[in-house]
Design a binder for this molecule. Structure first.
Ligand SMILES: [Cu+2]
Length: 128
């Protein structure tokens, strides 16, 4: 069984988290938001990190995608995840059999991407 992974969220630098339980043995990972200097990226444990999912711009509507999706960005997304992918033939037992994720950008813009396992692996796609 694959344990839940991590999902990054961009929040104001003023944002602080308060633990819901006393003395939790977990803590969010916090890194600077390269796309907005007044924000920071908080990485918390969330199924959205490992499952194919789209979160809209209001950050309230979540749509789950099937494995190996072809997804078209409309520009109304705040977060899109391919799900945890593996090379064909190397999907471990218990993991979703995701070996591809295809995206189409419908509108010009700058799209940021990040590896949720290794948040320092990031980049941008510029669509003109
Ligand atoms: Cu990575």
């Amino acid at each position: 069984m694959i344990p839940p992974l991590l999902a990054p969220f961009s929040v104001s630098n003023k944002t602080e988290l308060t633990a819901a339980i006393q003395s939790p043995n977990v803590e969010p990972t916090i890194i600077p938001d390269a796309s907005n200097s007044s924000n920071k990226i908080m990485i918390v444990d969330n199924l959205r990190a490992s499952a194919p999912v789209v979160v809209d711009s209001t950050r309230t509507n979540v749509t789950h995608l099937p494995p190996n999706s072809n997804y078209s960005f409309s520009g109304d997304e705040s977060y899109v995840n391919s799900g945890w992918m593996f090379p064909k033939g190397e999907v471990p037992p218990g993991a979703s059999p995701i070996t591809s994720f295809t995206v189409t950008f419908e509108n010009p813009g700058t799209y940021y991407y990040i590896c949720v396992l290794h948040p320092w692996m990031s980049g941008t796609v510029n669509v003109n």
